[in-house]
Design a protein around this ligand. Structure first.
Ligand SMILES: Nc1ncnc2c1ncn2[C@@H]1O[C@H](COP(=O)(O)OP(=O)(O)OP(=O)(O)O)[C@@H](O)[C@H]1O
Length: 727
């Protein structure tokens, strides 16, 4: 143990040149700076920052940040906020003669773009050089302590200046099941994952198994049979359709109550990505104008690394012949017509909704029927939406008014100003989050450490790691190069104990050998490609699987809406919207919580319910803020508020409806105060359409047209999402 790391008593090490010109340290007393409490500093060393090996910096690690300032000359303090950091790796120089050790901090801070003024994350990789002695193993041990301390803080472990920093403190290595829909959105989900997501997962030391879905319903079946306790979470690289399958697959199990707690991670790979947008919006990640994949991957990695997940309400939806679980919205009329009508424009990405919207505005339809609801007492839905819309506007203005910071410390100052001005909607209690660690995974072995930095290709545009690649080598305790060990693992067909895990690329957690490497990564991804092409998978649709409800809805659509215009053909390489709904006669239908607020469909509603009758243009019950990337229809929705916002518009004109759509696209739905429209916070609702012509969708998927009722079940599911402790 090097005493220089025990700085609670303000004794720290200071470098000085020995007679032989080698950096050495001696113990000196360092006076705390004004306002600084020394006991907050967990680690402190005098190090250099790669590639500059001459300028020494005093580097301090606190619970909030890594701070470093020059020890001599003009003080220039820099900070890396731990809330921006996803991981830390140890490195070794490529040359044998280089006895220094390195540790690298991977951070994704926010910065303001010069031209657009938008805030967006970008990758900053800071490498510190440890060279206290000529003995590499000593330097490495010191770098390793930094890595352990940073990783423990990221995992929210309580460590202090007196903690002995040993590898046994490291949290167990998380493992994710990644589901990729090759036909989601514009068909780029695999590419997005390989090119954009994998590198950050590596930086965060998150291992994964990847499954490319082979057909509609595949994810549902997987989730129904999965050994959930083995996983830290399931990540969906697709749109909301695959999330819908995952949720309903988990709810189709006899052990649904436990299974549905498996946290779900989100990487946008579809066209709408409503849940992903809602999560980013609630975390105030600037995703709309910025790089959605980068921001979502950051949220995912932070969540997994910190062991956080967040509860999400699910809505139990009963139709005449089935029961499903919805997480986004149930929609009747205008929005369903747009969603399904714009399927044929899928190649346009999320712009398809705009095209669909214009079409539907020209052909505005009315749907006669009844809408009944059980209001949430004491919550004025419209007022709440209005209030949140106003706050959001002020907040956006404030963000725009902040100057572009010229230095890192200025940037951090601006961020802190932003943080303190955040609307209350974003300042939820972090205590809502629970650990999402895999239950059965062994802790990381003490001998596991190290880095893969040296072999990584440049990962983010503008960041050139090639220079560093030429200089660093991965460092292992076992002495066996990572690539060799990985090769061994791959050729041995090493898997984690399930066929599903054929693409596991971390290998044996228990062996103590670190097998994560870019080699393994590419091997895994390549083998997946082979798997896909060998299987000659073509888009398949689940008509045969579809319930009676689905075929019924298809029939009724035939007469109601121009089906040819909607292109719901089974040959479409996208989807046919006939979902793996539980068969009404099957056991599965009986799973899930009891809908205590709902009498059987067709029976009268109890006291306390309100019924509205009329010609509806739009009816929506929203569980989350966004219905697609650009449309924030329900800004007041929280994931776990235990209510839905029921929104309806009756007898609206074309211009009124375009006003509603415009306001929604601006996130200002709270400004709509037209007669015939309302927003109500509800626990449950019932729709009773007259006639059999129209579309009802749950989370964008067509469900049986006819009477339907639904009830919110609070905090049933969990989402991998993360908030910094300080907000
Ligand atoms: N290999 C596959 N072949 C055909 N369909 C698939 C396959 N894998 C998944 N599906 C189906 O594709 C449908 C669409 O996927 P998803 O919703 O994820 O993308 P999207 O529709 O582009 O996104 P969004 O719902 O956000 O608009 C899902 O309903 C899913 O059941």
């Amino acid at each position: 143990m090097t005493s220089g790391h025990m700085i609670g008593d303000n004794v720290v090490r200071k470098p000085h040149a020995s007679r032989r010109g080698i950096e050495r340290t001696k113990h000196v007393y360092v006076r705390p700076r004004e306002g600084e409490i020394m006991s907050d500093v967990i680690l402190q060393d005098d190090l250099t920052v790669f590639p500059h090996s001459k300028t020494a910096y005093r580097v301090q690690l606190t619970r909030e940040h890594i701070q470093y300032a020059r020890t001599q000359g003009k003080p220039r303090e820099r900070r890396i906020l731990l809330s921006d950091v996803v991981g830390c790796h140890c490195l070794r120089g490529r040359h044998e003669s280089d006895s220094a050790a390195y540790f690298c901090i991977y951070a994704y801070p926010l910065r303001k773009k010069v031209i657009t003024g938008d805030w967006t994350r970008h990758r900053v990789c800071t490498t510190f050089r440890v060279k206290t002695t000529d003995d590499h193993s000593e330097n490495h041990a010191q770098a390793e302590r930094w890595r352990i301390a940073v990783k423990c803080l990221l995992a929210r472990h309580s460590i202090g200046p007196q903690t002995a920093l040993e590898a046994r403190l490291l949290p167990p290595s998380p493992r994710l099941l990644i589901l990729i829909n090759p036909f989601g959105g514009q068909g780029k989900a695999q590419q997005i994952f390989r090119e954009r997501v994998v590198s950050m997962l590596g930086e965060s030391d998150i291992s994964f198994n990847m499954v490319v879905t082979e057909r509609s319903g595949h994810a549902h079946d997987l989730m129904r049979d999965l050994e959930v306790s083995q996983w830290s979470g399931v990540v969906v690289v697709s749109g909301d359709g695959l999330i819908y399958e995952v949720i309903n697959g988990l709810m189709d199990r006899p052990d649904w109550e436990e299974a549905i707690k498996m946290p779900i991670g989100l990487i946008p790979g579809g066209t709408g990505n409503a849940l992903c947008c809602s999560v980013n919006y609630l975390l105030d990640e600037p995703f709309e104008s910025a790089d959605q994949v980068l921001h979502s991957t950051f949220v995912l990695c932070k969540s997994v690394v910190s062991g956080s997940s967040y509860p999400m309400d699910l809505v139990s939806v009963q139709t005449k012949s089935s029961r499903i679980f919805s997480f986004l919205h149930i929609s009747w009329g205008f929005i369903s017509d747009i969603d399904i009508g714009s399927e044929k424009y899928r190649y346009l990405g999320d712009a398809r909704f705009f095209v669909g919207l214009v079409q539907r505005l020209f052909d505005l339809r009315k749907y006669p029927g009844h809408v009944s609801y059980l209001p949430v007492k004491g919550v004025d839905g419209r007022a709440l939406v209005h209030q949140i819309t106003e706050k959001r506007k002020q907040w956006e203005n404030l963000k725009q008014s902040l100057h572009r910071p010229r230095s890192l410390s200025q940037r951090n100052g601006e961020r802190e100003r932003l943080r303190s001005a955040r609307p209350a909607q974003f300042t939820r209690s972090v205590s809502m989050m629970e650990g999402s660690r895999p239950r059965n995974l062994p802790p990381r072995s003490a001998s596991v450490s190290q880095s893969f930095y040296s072999d990584l290709e440049p990962q983010t545009p503008g960041v050139d790691t090639a220079k560093e690649a030429a200089l660093f080598n991965e460092q292992t305790d076992s002495g066996i190069p990572t690539s060799e060990r990985m090769e061994e693992n791959m050729t041995n067909g090493h898997s984690t104990g399930d066929d599903l895990h054929a693409n596991d690329w971390r290998g044996d957690e228990t062996s103590g050998n670190e097998v994560f490497s870019p080699h393994s990564l590419h091997a895994a991804v390549d083998s997946q490609d082979a798997l896909v092409s060998n299987a000659n998978i073509r888009p398949q649709h689940n008509h045969s699987n579809g319930s009676a409800a689905n075929s019924q809805s298809g029939d009724s659509m035939d007469s109601a809406i121009d089906v040819s215009a909607m292109d719901l053909s089974a040959d479409s390489p996208t989807r046919a919207h006939s979902h793996t709904m539980p068969n009404p006669d099957s056991e599965a239908r009986r799973h899930g919580p009891v809908d205590a607020l709902l009498p059987p469909l067709g029976q009268p509603l109890p006291d306390g319910w309100v019924t509205v009758e009329g010609d509806f243009n739009l009816v929506m019950a929203l569980n989350v803020p966004h219905i697609s990337t650009g449309f924030n229809m329900s800004p007041a929705s929280q994931l776990d508020d235990g209510m839905m916002f029921l929104m309806y518009a009756m007898n609206t004109t074309r211009s009124e409806m375009s006003n509603i759509s415009f306001k929604a696209s601006q996130g200002r739905i709270g400004e709509v105060e037209q007669a015939g429209t309302d927003v109500i916070a509800v626990h449950a609702f019932r729709l009773e359409p007259q006639g059999d012509k129209g579309l009802i969708t749950a989370d964008g998927e067509v469900i049986e047209y006819g009477p339907l009722q639904a009830q919110v079940h609070r905090s049933l599911a969990r989402v991998l999402m993360w908030k910094p402790v300080e907000i």
